[in-house]
Write a protein that binds this ligand. Sequence first.
Ligand code: BG6
Length: 490
Amino acid sequence: MSKLPNDFLWGGALAANQFEGGYDQGGKGLSVIDVMTAGAHGKAREITQDVEPDKYYPNHVGIDFYNRYKEDVKMFSDMGLKCLRTSIAWTRIFPKGDEVEPNEEGLQFYDDLFDELLKYKIQPVITLSHFEMPLHLAREYGGFRNRKVADFFAHFAETVFNRYKDKVKYWMTFNEINNQMDINNPIFLWTNSGVSLKEDDNKEEVLYQVAHNELIASAKAVKIGKEINPEFEIGAMISHVPIYPYSCNPNDIMEAEVASRMRFFFPDVHARGYYPGYATKMFEREGFDIGWQEGDDEILRDGKVDYIGFSYYMSTVVKHDNEASVEDNIVNGGLPNSVDNPYIKKSDWGWAIDPVGLRYILNALYNRYQIPLFIVENGFGAVDEFDENGFGAVDEFDENGQIHDDYRVDYLREHIKAAIDAVDKDGVDLMGYTPWGIIDIVSFTTGEMKKRYGLIHVDRDNEGNGSLERTKKDSFDWYRNVIESNGEEL
Ligand code: BG6
């Protein structure tokens, strides 16, 4: 008998901006991601003022899902998916973001997509904002630095909740809302919130003002959604990179505890409906004005989420007396005291592969909030050659046109086992599992195509060449069997 509930949501995860393409089709407006060029590992993506004709913007075409969605949904159905996590591009519905009336063509696209999914009994799981928002709101209003943008977001949420109330049950408000707290990486603040910091900003204070406006926007959306359809399940979405202490030295333990507040800050507010003591103390101590308005306590209290969705890719370690450079730490979430974990291998991108960390964090989140959890991202980006430790991977066709991605299967298998342990041995209430990039898409951090997570290969390279043809990898059939056996056959 399966250790997972029968209605476990096996699926795949994607985001509109990374795979839809059609950036100027159907009346869509420009989003903040549409002015981001391609970067590479170690080379940051550039944010341009507008779309510049001589620059390459990989998200403009993505993998052209906008024009090929029927073919792709059919493949997802062949894989046996029970749900598909994707997002609605805000700019398809409100091209500039501050309009009163939505763009009907954009609404129709998602009607058609959701109908297509439901035809195959695939539940849409929808993120309202996944690393994109109208460029106009960023340029003219300063993004989520401006409280008005929270109201524009609430209007967008209300519009799509009303329109899709009978087609979509599972929602999330902001993708990886906590990532923007990494002060050393301006990309996240731009993509999450449409904010560029100015020279004379008190950066930390601005970060918390932006965070507050977004938490208010999320809470408003939850309340509106539940009024429209009480059956909705509306969740938060955070990136969770657990922070381990380097040793049993109490100073390392405390370092990890304090650093972990950066991970728990958002879900603490989302799930409990008020700010945690460590945050209010810090605002007081630092003299931060987060832009609190009368009535905000009710808004937060009335907009608690039903579940916590989270991404899990890696873990990190802190050592209280370590001083590493900012560059060394970017990949570890910008923690000033992070060090390598000697017990764990890394991927080609320096991401520490740690399945046990997934069980650990499922426990930590469940113990803290006692509400259902949903693993909405997890996966293995492959490229390159095997290194001297036998690690690394390359998605390459053999002479028969097959891709044997056993490294991806190994990664997913170990993480699924860890998730099953959390349910079966630890009693965690887990709703589902949607591996990231179920089909190859544009990488968020680098804008490359060669960082491939997919169980379906897409013929497209970093420069935008290729036929866009789709081909199943070995992991495709493996995952279908996992789903069919409800996690019994791994
Ligand atoms: C998460 C994001 O941070 O990680 C996704 O929610 C992103 O949008 C994923 O694609 C993997 O990151 P990358 O840079 O490998 O695409």
